[in-house]
Design a protein around this ligand. Sequence first.
Ligand code: AMP
Ligand code: MN
Ligand code: MN
Ligand code: MN
Length: 281
Amino acid sequence: MNSKFLNIDLHMHSTASDGMLSPTELVNLCSENKVQVMALTDHDTTEGLDEAKVAAEEKGIQLIAGVEFSASWENKVLHIIGLNLDTENSNLIDALNALKQQRLNRAERIAKKLEGAGIPNALEGAKKYANGGLIARPHFAQFLIAEGHVKTAQDAFKKYLAHNKKAYVSTEWPTMEAVLNTIKDAEGVAVLAHPLRYKFTASWKRRLFSSFKEAGGQGMEVVCGYYTPTEIEMSIGYALKYDLMGSVGSDYHGYSKHSSHPGIFPPLPTSITPIWSLLPV
Ligand code: AMP
Ligand code: MN
Ligand code: MN
Ligand code: MN
């Protein structure tokens, strides 16, 4: 494939984590949007990939096996995307199993806190929306909306689920270094997701980007569905400064018509090396 003219999207979610579309529906939407290469990057799971693979083959789309890992760094939560992973790798499988258990434990603790706030049955509620997939906070948000406690997911986070709110539970995700090792061991490529979304000061950002690079990180998401042109420019500046390659992704979840869509974002500026120079595209 001529990678120069690719319509490529390396960050999106399905019902295997907190997305609204099944892997097949997501692939079909990518096809409608003329996406040629897509990475399915569900939070902490590869469980949507088998279904996505079948659908992608049918639509002539190249599927990259991805995961958006939850990670801890300096007591903060980071998201690190692993791309082109060997999904049979035993360390990867162990790491994902541990994350699944950790998420279940966290969900139980979130539900207890909600119960303390007068909202019973939240664990069953969140599980219903997770529908057998991994449990994430947006599933609690869906439950809180359905029960009439809040009007929007934004409100559910603001009132209950976000950092330091009524039902927030802090979790010790694997360290950034551990996640980078897991990705490396599974022969994947590591990308720091949405680098400007962490509520860090400029000096914390500089520390993060240099530690990420030093620990073996290879890329940074510099074009994102919801980035403004200024944010794209800032991210490119950081990526160039810390010698990280550029990645692009919609971070599509399918929550609303107004959110970003697969494959719909500005092209990667030519000033930066695309992360897909390390991928078999
Ligand atoms: P978790 O990984 O279970 O902690 O859930 C994190 C996910 O919640 C993110 O990937 C987003 O999809 C979603 N999220 C985070 N903050 C908000 C917010 N303020 N409003 C709506 N969704 C959010
Ligand atoms: Mn999410
Ligand atoms: Mn994320
Ligand atoms: Mn994401």
